[in-house]
Design a protein around this ligand. Structure first.
Ligand code: 2P0
Length: 335
């Protein structure tokens, strides 16, 4: 058996959120989204195609993966095998250096790393756009982790093959910004309602979903202009309103989906106070209670100290813009 192909990818945090699919199978989103890839919590994944293996095996670190996780990985390998015209099974080993399933984009880094490693292991030569489309089919947000820094995932047009071809992420240049994202880990445990379930329930039952989706298209246009102008205050304001609006759609779902906890509220309150104190700091939240605060890199230590003081049980991690998905084990050289 060969040693396999290893790839590393980092999570991304959306400043304009992806929330709602128009095609569940192909993971085509209702709206376009825009994110920042981080330099913390990478996933490192190795795929080894094996002539003698009867069925795929999936391990997480040194242990067997749960049935649910293994099923997702094996389904994804099926897509890669179809593209490559190669029916051989593979061994997959993945290590996620961050909280898993806690609204910290572990599925984004996970499927981006798996897409890059599996494509190469099965001999496919895919460019960034094709890798992004492939990663998208594992987990929508993974389409954006193919790229470092800011990235926009285009919702694309139409359904079926046309939608598939037109729905991919691209990098967004931001030479005038020097941002940091300070992560307040209120609770690093796995969330109770998976984002996939929450997303579907919101689209199906929330009267606020379509108004948010329409306003999100406008938020994205405004966000692109604010990034191009290097206007951190505008970028932050748009990101915060887009995220809180997304949570409003969930709160209005039936039954409601609520990811906020008392710790989240303490951190959100502190962010408002920081602004009153003159620090440009803006919050965003995903499918979990953790709060991520966008600020200028120069203010990241101030923001981190404020969050740690506001909620002493939260772990605070300062992240900066990180790299796109790459072959190799990144910093994790011992793998
Ligand atoms: C995002 N989230 O834009 C949004 C905001 C969570 C809140 O993408 O169903 O794991 O696998 O396509 O990508 C989380 O959803 O969902 C997510 P699937 P995914 O980052």
């Amino acid at each position: 058996m060969s040693a396999g192909v290893t790839a590393t990818a980092h999570p991304n945090i959306a400043l304009i959120k992806y929330w709602g699919k128009r095609d569940e199978r192909l993971r085509l989103p209702v709206t376009s989204s825009l994110s920042l890839t981080l330099d913390v919590f990478p996933t490192v994944t190795t795929v080894a195609v094996d002539d003698d293996l009867a069925a795929d095996t999936v391990t997480v670190g040194e242990a067997s993966a749960s049935d649910t996780f293994a099923a997702k990985v094996i389904e994804f390998l099926g897509l890669v095998r179809d593209l490559a015209g190669d029916r051989r099974a593979a061994r997959v080993r993945t290590v996620n250096h961050g909280p898993t399933g806690a609204g910290l984009a572990s599925s984004a880094s996970g499927f981006a790393a798996l897409a890059v490693a599996a494509a190469r292991a099965y001999g496919l030569e895919l460019d960034g756009r094709a890798l992004s489309r492939l990663a998208r089919q594992g987990s929508g947000s993974a389409s954006r982790s193919i790229y470092g820094g800011f990235a926009q995932w285009h919702c694309g047009e139409g359904d079926g093959a046309a939608g598939d071809l037109s729905s991919y992420a691209e990098p967004v240049e931001a030479p005038l910004l020097d941002p940091a994202l300070v992560v307040g880990l209120v609770d690093a445990r796995e969330k109770k309602i998976p984002s996939r379930t929450a997303m579907r329930r919101t689209v199906d039952t929330s009267p606020l979903f379509w108004p948010w989706a329409r306003s999100s298209e406008r938020d994205l246009r405004d966000m692109r202009a604010a990034i191009a102008a290097g206007d951190l205050a505008a970028v932050g304001e748009i990101a915060e309103r887009n995220a809180l609006g997304m949570h409003a759609t969930m709160l209005a779902a039936r039954p409601a989906v609520r990811y906020f906890s008392p710790g989240s509220m303490r951190l959100l309150d502190r962010v408002v106070e920081l602004r009153a104190e003159g620090v440009l700091a803006y919050a965003t939240m995903d499918a979990g209670p953790n709060v991520k605060v966008l600020c200028d890199r120069r203010d990241s230590a101030t923001v981190a100290a404020a969050l740690a003081e506001a909620d002493p049980t939260s772990r605070v991690v300062v992240a900066n813009p990180g790299p796109g998905a790459t072959l190799g084990a990144g910093a994790d050289d011992h793998l």
